[in-house]
Design a protein around this ligand. Sequence first.
Ligand code: NAP
Length: 235
Amino acid sequence: MAKKVLITGGSRGIGAQCARVFAEAGWEVYINYNKSEEKAFALADQIGATAVKADVSDFTDCVKMLEITGGLDLLVCNAGISQQKLFTKTTPADWRNIFSVNVDGVFNCCRAATPYMVYNKRGSIITISSMWGQVGASCEVAYSASKAAVIGFTKALAKELGPSNIRVNCIAPGVIDTEMNSHLSKDDMAVLADETPLCRIGTADEVAKTALFLASDSASFITGQVIGVNGGMII
Ligand code: NAP
């Protein structure tokens, strides 16, 4: 029987590429979306997946989503938002908005999914943080703090769920070519590529294939780890 994965924020970018890669590898794929309904359904049609709407910042939505998917073999907590702003201009509402998706969203989905996994004594979770959660980014204090929280969450949950045979790992991407970086100019992207030891921007496919590896039996003794997919920008 095909293994079942739910990818949050699977409508676009890294999440959409994860959906393609897992579908190609024979997984039964559930694509979560919030606003990008058309994209989610088009992708689901294309790859034979199921699209499920839920705002990950809403716990009730996440519980309903898990009722639709049923027990999972893998949860990929990928949905996220970013904001570039001077800290002195960041409002409490900005802070809450970032944390509600990037941190509450991870809690809500994991909290809804783990009872099934613990009951079955099997499963795996992959969270998507960021290299800025590891080292901090100027003008992205809220985003960096939220992604650092995801790393702490991953490590603690890995310790708690290890005895239930559930692995929890984190991917910390560097600069990846998706809509999240569409506010950056070509020149900005060129500078970021220059600052990267591998001299280029990463692709969503490189993140997705790392997720596929972490979900596979090849990674069966890996848990609680933060895997950088950043071209060497953070070492
Ligand atoms: P993206 O292209 O902007 O896509 C973001 C995804 O998150 C969309 O599918 C969006 O779905 C979903 N999302 C946002 N808010 C949501 C909510 N409340 N509920 C459910 N889904 C929600 O971004 P990306 O580059 O693929 O980023 C994916 C993850 O990688 C994020 O966690 C991001 O922080 C992380 N990351 C990205 C980079 C990078 O350089 N791109 C680097 C490091 C880390 P809808 O459109 O359907 O709302």
